[in-house]
Design a protein around this ligand. Structure first.
Ligand SMILES: CC(C)(COP(=O)(O)OP(=O)(O)OC[C@H]1O[C@@H](n2cnc3c(N)ncnc32)[C@H](O)[C@@H]1OP(=O)(O)O)[C@@H](O)C(=O)NCCC(=O)NCCS
Length: 304
């Protein structure tokens, strides 16, 4: 198997096609993938490459510096057709290539979120020295089974930024960092710099109408994000949901998520997918909202 950097339009479209077969719950566009990569590599090490077998592109690998950790950790991902005959070998070789790239960057730890529905991944990762750090149950909500309503205190990032042109972006960054600091993570949390946060959020590929904040008495109390798929408009993934410490246990997360679900249903989104750390109260909250467990994402890592 040989590997080469993604260079041409054709490389990108084949790589993203593999990603979409693999991650069928959240297919994305080539434009999104390219835009995310271009932005990301402006201020951190980030590489994208494809793996070829008999001149055919059979895998898409990526390795990027984890800016939310301070221990030289890199995230990597391997996308391929999980139903192909060579899936296991292709996964192993592409994983080894990702580790090599991380070593080339001087990284100290390689970390992957393995999609537990492909159970052979865990076998392959353990065989090459990776160990399990954390489990994230992945679940799905059928919006037709819900009857939630929009909530008057919840507004979209788009409306909030329009109403607060001077400091709205900074307020959103502060809110996201304050709640993300309490996420259960397999490493100590480091804030994303404001510059990187704002560039990512203002990327034209990012839809700000599907990301919500809970605003009451002028206070930004909490947030909940959706990432509708631009390829299959009946699907969406959730992003970060969080509530500032002083406002927790006042149903802020529940109301914000109910609003997001009602909004999604009105847009024609039929299924919403989410993952949570297994002991995070958010998982139970999601089950109460109607999400049903499908499989676990499993974070595996190894020192480089
Ligand atoms: C998880 C989180 C979003 C919950 O926000 P919240 O506004 O406090 O949640 P709600 O008030 O809507 O809680 C609804 C129910 O969830 C359960 N729940 C929420 N937090 C809980 C906790 N810390 N322990 C046990 N149960 C909890 C309870 O059943 C609660 O109902 P109750 O208060 O009547 O008992 C918040 O704790 C948070 O921001 N944590 C840090 C960021 C994070 O982990 N986000 C989730 C990422 S997947």
């Amino acid at each position: 198997m040989i590997f080469k950097e993604i260079e041409t339009d054709l490389d990108w479209s084949e790589a993203v096609a593999l990603r979409n077969i693999y991650n069928w719950t959240h297919p994305g566009t080539v434009a999104e993938a390219r835009s995310f990569f271009e932005l990301s590599r402006q201020d951190r090490n980030d590489v994208r490459f494809v793996g070829l077998l008999d001149e055919e592109i059979v895998s898409y690998g990526s390795a990027m510096f984890n800016r939310n950790a301070n221990d030289g950790t890199y995230w990597f991902a391997v996308f391929l057709d999980p139903h192909s005959d060579h899936a296991v070998g292709t996964f192993e070789w592409t994983t080894q290539e990702c580790v090599k790239r991380i070593q080339g960057f001087g990284g100290t730890r390689a970390m992957i979120e393995s999609r537990g529905e492909y159970s052979w991944e865990k076998v392959a990762l353990e065989a090459i020295g990776f160990s399990l750090d954390m489990k994230l149950p992945f679940s799905c909500l059928e919006t037709r089974e819900t009857e939630f309503e929009l909530h008057p205190n919840v507004i979209s990032f788009r409306d909030f930024l329009d109403q607060n042109p001077d400091d709205g972006l900074h307020q959103l960054w502060r809110l996201e960092m304050d709640v993300a600091a309490d996420l259960p993570l397999p490493f100590p949390f480091v804030e994303t710099p404001f510059e990187s946060f704002s560039k990512s959020l203002l990327d034209p590929e990012v839809d700000l109408t599907s990301k919500f904040i809970y605003l009451e008495d002028g206070e930004l109390k909490g947030m909940s994000q959706l990432w509708p798929s631009k390829v299959n408009q009946t699907l969406a993934a959730t992003g970060l949901t969080g509530v500032r410490r002083q406002y927790r246990r006042q149903s802020v997360a529940t109301k914000t998520k109910q609003h997001a679900i009602a909004w999604a249903k009105a847009q024609g989104i039929e299924r919403i997918f989410t993952d949570n750390e297994e002991n995070n109260p958010m998982y139970q909250l999601n089950l109460q909202l109607g999400f049903r467990h499908m499989f676990d994402y499993e974070v595996y890592s190894k020192a480089c």
